[in-house]
Design a protein around this ligand. Structure first.
Ligand code: HEM
Length: 443
C-alpha cells in the first residue's frame, strides 16, 4: 500500500454522488444487484457512490475482498451505515474496533465453537418439532418466511438466554420494528417513520431485556448460555461488563443471527421445492442416515450433500449481500485514491456472482463438492465474511439450518402455491416478495 503522501495525485474512483443527502440510496435499496451490475459495467471493479448517508467506494472481485480483510485495524475499521450506528448499541462486538473488539470476540468465542453446538442440537430439534406441528395444525397455505422467522427467533433466544422467561411473541414484534428502523434510508426521528418506530421499539425491548438480565444477575451460578458468559466475564481488574454493554451485545446477537438465518432457511425451502432432483438426493441421504437415533453433530456430519446444498443456497442468494468499512487514512486501491473517512463496501454478492464461478446464476450444489470447492481462490465464497470480523455465529447458523432441513426432509413436504411472486427483495435481505406461500403436510 502507498503512503498517504504518495497518493494525493491519484484520482478518485469513477462514479456519481447522486442527490444531496440521499445520494444514490434509493437505487441501491430498490435493487442492489442491478445497482452493482450497472456500475460495474460502466466503471469496472472500483467505483464510488453515496449511499445510506455517506460517500462510498465499491470494490469488487476476490483481490478486493482480500485487501479489505487484510486492512482491518490498519487502513480500515468497521462502520455500519448511519441508521444502524444510531440504533445498535455502541458496546457490542460489531461496533467495537481494535483490541476491545478482539477481547469481546475472545469472550464470545467459547459459546460459538462447533463443539459447543453439540449442546444445542437436541434443543433445536425439539423446537423444530413443536413449530412443525403448529404449521400443520394452522391455516393452509401460510407464509413460510413468517413461520421460519418465529422458529429461528425462539432458537436464538434459547442460545442466548437459555430457559429465561422470555415471551418470544412480544419480543419478536418489537424486534421486527427495531430492525425495520435499522435499515431506514433517512435516520431522522420524524414521527411515524420507520426510524422513529425503530427507536421506540429498541427502548421497549431494552427495558424488557434489562429486567431479564436483572433476574439472571441474582443467580448464584450462571447457566451455560451467552448471557451467562456475559454476566460471568471479568476484565483484568476483576470488573464485570457494564449492564449497557451486556444489553448491547444481546441485541446485536439477536439482530446478527436472526434475519440472516431466516433468509438462508426460507430460500433453502424455496430452492428445494423448485429443484425436485436436488430434493430427492437430499431425501435419499436422509434415508441413509436416518434410523440412527436423534440428531447429533455426528449425524449432521454424515450429511455432506445437505451441507453442499445449504452452501450453494448461500452462494446463490447470500443472506448478507455486503458489509461496510471506513478508511482511517487516505489509501490507494487499483490506481485510485480513497479519502480518509469514506465507506468501503465488501461485496459478498459480487464475490459470489463473479467471473470465478461458471454460470454463477445456476443453482448447482455439486459445485460445492470438496474437490471443486477447494479450487476456489480465497475471497470467492464468503457468506460469513472473513478476516478478524468473520461471523461469530457461523457454526451455530450451519448447525441450525442443517437440523431444520434434516427434520423437514425426513417428516414433511411443502408445495409452493402457484401464482405467487417468488422474485427476491434485495434490501435489506433477499426474501421472496410474497413471503413464500406453502402448503405444508406430513409425508
Ligand atoms: C446464515 C446465517 C448467517 C450469515 C450468512 C451471517 C453472515 C455474517 C457476515 C457476512 C458477517 C461479517 C460482517 C462484516 O464483515 O462486517 C457476520 C458477522 C457477525 N455475525 Fe453472522 N451470519 C449468520 C448468522 C449469525 C448468527 C446465528 C449469529 C449469532 C447468534 C451471528 C453473529 C454475528 C456477529 C456477532 C457478527 C459480528 C462479528 C464482528 O464484528 O466481529 N451471525 N455474519
Amino acid at each position: 500500500m502507498d503512503t498517504p503522501a504518495d497518493i494525493s495525485h491519484l484520482p478518485l474512483p469513477p462514479g456519481s454522488s447522486g442527490l444531496p443527502l440521499l445520494g444514490e440510496t434509493l437505487a441501491f435499496i430498490q435493487n442492489t444487484g442491478k445497482f452493482l451490475e450497472e456500475r460495474r459495467r460502466l466503471h469496472g471493479d472500483v467505483f464510488r457512490s453515496h449511499v445510506l448517508g455517506d460517500p462510498i467506494v465499491f470494490l469488487l472481485g476476490p483481490e478486493a475482498v482480500r485487501w479489505i480483510f487484510a486492512g482491518e485495524n490498519k487502513y480500515l475499521r468497521n462502520r455500519w451505515h448511519s441508521s444502524a450506528r444510531k440504533l445498535l448499541g455502541k458496546q457490542s462486538v460489531a461496533m467495537l474496533n481494535g483490541s476491545t473488539h478482539l477481547e469481546r470476540r475472545r469472550l464470545l468465542a467459547p459459546h460459538f465453537t462447533y463443539a459447543a453446538m453439540r449442546h444445542f442440537v437436541p434443543r433445536i430439534e425439539a423446537l423444530v418439532h413443536r413449530h412443525c406441528e403448529q404449521w400443520l395444525s394452522g391455516t393452509q397455505p401460510f407464509k413460510a418466511v413468517d413461520a421460519v422467522r418465529a422458529l429461528v427467533f425462539e432458537v436464538a433466544i434459547v442460545l442466548m438466554m437459555g430457559e429465561s422467561r422470555v415471551d418470544p411473541a412480544y419480543m419478536s414484534r418489537l424486534f421486527k420494528q427495531w430492525v425495520a428502523g435499522l435499515f431506514a434510508a433517512v435516520p431522522l426521528e420524524i414521527p411515524f417513520t420507520a426510524f422513529s418506530r425503530g427507536v421506540a421499539a429498541e427502548k421497549e425491548m431494552r427495558a424488557y431485556l434489562g429486567s431479564l438480565v436483572a433476574e439472571r444477575e441474582k443467580l448464584a451460578t450462571q447457566p451455560p448460555d451467552t448471557l451467562g458468559s456475559l454476566l460471568s466475564a471479568r476484565d483484568e481488574h476483576g470488573r464485570p461488563l457494564p449492564r449497557e454493554a451486556i444489553l448491547d451485545e444481546l441485541e446485536l446477537l439477536l439482530f446478527a443471527g436472526h434475519d440472516t438465518t431466516v433468509t438462508a432457511t426460507s430460500n433453502l425451502m424455496m430452492l428445494l421445492a423448485q429443484y425436485p432432483e436436488v430434493l430427492e438426493r437430499c431425501r435419499k441421504e436422509q434415508r441413509e442416515v436416518a434410523g440412527q437415533g436423534p440428531l447429533t453433530l455426528e449425524a449432521l456430519r454424515a450429511m455432506p450433500y445437505l451441507h453442499q446444498v445449504i452452501q450453494e443456497v448461500m452462494r446463490l442468494i447470500p443472506p448478507i449481500g455486503g458489509a461496510f468499512r471506513v478508511t482511517t487514512q487516505d489509501v490507494a486501491y487499483g490506481g485510485y485514491r480513497i479519502p480518509q473517512g469514506w465507506q468501503v463496501s465488501l461485496s459478498i454478492r459480487g464475490a459470489h456472482k463473479g467471473t470465478s464461478w461458471t454460470s454463477p446464476e445456476r443453482f448447482d450444489p455439486d459445485r460445492m463438492g470438496p474437490e471443486r470447492c477447494e479450487q476456489n481462490p480465497q475471497g470467492v465464497y464468503i457468506p460469513f465474511g472473513g478476516g478478524p470480523r468473520v461471523c461469530v455465529g457461523q457454526h451455530f447458523a450451519m448447525v441450525e439450518m442443517a437440523v431444520v432441513a434434516a427434520l423437514l426432509l425426513r417428516g414433511y413436504q411443502w408445495e409452493l402455491v402457484p401464482g405467487q411472486d417468488l422474485s427476491l427483495m434485495t434490501f435489506p435481505i433477499p426474501l421472496p416478495r410474497d413471503g413464500l406461500l406453502v402448503r405444508f403436510s406430513r409425508r
